[in-house]
Design a binder for this molecule. Structure first.
Ligand SMILES: [Zn+2]
Length: 90
């Protein structure tokens, strides 16, 4: 297990980046009968923040649920490499 730490990608409406770090991640996509998809089959990643969990806030809406969901090309390659290397996406 490595101790690579990545900043939470969430940006507030006022333009400030969240000061938290990514505490947990999940991959969603075609799983071909397994519990989670292979990297090339991932359609979306969901991240959790060390400070604000899923950033859903007090008001739950379809939009707030998607705040911490990202397409693979929206996330930096080093982050994805680390998540996969650490087997952190189950
Ligand atoms: Zn955050």
């Amino acid at each position: 297990m490595s101790d690579d730490v990545f900043d939470c990608p969430f940006t507030y409406a006022n333009g400030c980046r969240c000061k938290g770090t990514i505490s947990r991640a999940r991959a969603y996509g075609r799983s071909r009968g397994r519990n989670y998809p292979e990297r090339e089959d991932v359609r979306k990643y969901r991240l959790w923040c060390s400070l604000k969990s899923d950033h859903a806030g007090a008001v739950s809406s379809p939009w707030s649920k998607q705040r911490m969901e990202f397409y693979p090309d929206e996330l930096p390659e080093p982050l994805l490499d680390t998540l996969w290397r650490n087997n952190a996406l189950k």
